[in-house]
Design a protein around this ligand. Sequence first.
Ligand code: DOR
Ligand code: ZN
Length: 455
Amino acid sequence: MSSLLIKDATLVTSANTEKVDVLIRDGLIDQLAFHDSPSYALPSVSDDPVHEVVEAEGMLLFPGLIDNHVHFREPGLTHKATMKSEAAAAVAGGVTTVCEMPNTIPPTVTVAALADKIRRASEVTECDIRFFFGVTEEIHLATLREILAGGNAELERLRSRLAGVKIYLDHSTGNQKIADELIGDVFKTCAEHGFPLVAHCEDPQLNKEAAEKYKDDESITPTVARHSFMRPAQAEAKAIEYAIGMAKEHGTPLHIAHLSTSEGIELVRRAKADGISVTCEVAPHHLFFTTDDYKRLGTLVKMNPPIRTVDHVEALWKGIEDGTVDCIATDHAPHTLEEKTETEPLKAPSGVPGVETMLSLLLTVAGGGNPRSDESITYYVVRIMDIFKLCFENPNRIFGLGKTGIVEGAAANMVLVDPHAQWTIEGKNLHSLCKWTPYENWQVTGRVVRIFYAY
Ligand code: DOR
Ligand code: ZN
């Protein structure tokens, strides 16, 4: 029997933090000894033939975090990233479960493509990779219905690895815009099965008109800054309003991906108050960058939806504070540095990596710090317990991931964090195959010191 004792850790839950010792035996959480308990006694491991003691005074213990929006690029785009490289990045950032998007080559829109991804993911240790199924054409919807109907072991196995459906209301990387005539049917199918529907919300018509209007506007500099004008806030708001309307009509569990605007937050806030089944996520890059950053970072901060002006950014922070935002999900989307920088600015691929830096950025703000070198953004309050909700409890519930968290009898799947460790983010030291980060040289406080993973 091998055992491991984590001593004097601070366990994080959604409600509080508690001093605890955790005894892990053969990969399972054997005992949680709470220091506050009247019957507290330090668990003993000295009789076990193999044992290790981890001194965790002052350290935070989270369950392995969940990032419900990543692009790991495999298969088909493995010059950008692989499941293995990006899983290593996730784990280094305290994330041990991810939900991966369908815009690979081939896209995850067939049984064969899904089965292939599941097989590849089974070779990745330490990170549980789940998938979203994409729907752009009628045949994909028929396949989705077949998987959801189940009826044999193979279909049930595929279903068990799915986190939900992903639809794009406008084109983004991978050109996966759903055919208009299918949208109602997808909402209906997901409603019938209580299956999460994730929507990338940008209105194609408003985006098209804005792109036409601003693409050659030389008064907007640098050139890449036009990207935010060409995919305007109103396009997101209109698409979110539309998606919420569909969720209301059909009773679909709708989740808005990478919400980036104040209008979007307000629409979700109101829909929740009206009892509509809608949830949303915000990405770190929309919380830490504003359109002023194009000057310094150029195409390294080009993504869809684009970065916004500071009023939007602060509305997102407010949405975190008041609980409108359910999840922080990174939209981790690696492209090579050459692809990002050696193309015409408006043609450079959209997307930034983020899975490895999310937790440290959030811990920095939770600790009262500011990872930016200027004061351009006012952060609202985010507490350690909020990180638990945003990056574990809520995504686990919304996507039915079945994670038990840190309880006796569960598989040990935990992350130990030093909330005081200061470090500088540098792309060359990160694990993503792309080896760059938009947060280059940012000083952060809070770092993963160890991962315990037995899945
Ligand atoms: O910026 C983005 N990059 N937005 C998306 O919708 C897709 C993603 C990617 O796959 O690169
Ligand atoms: Zn995405």
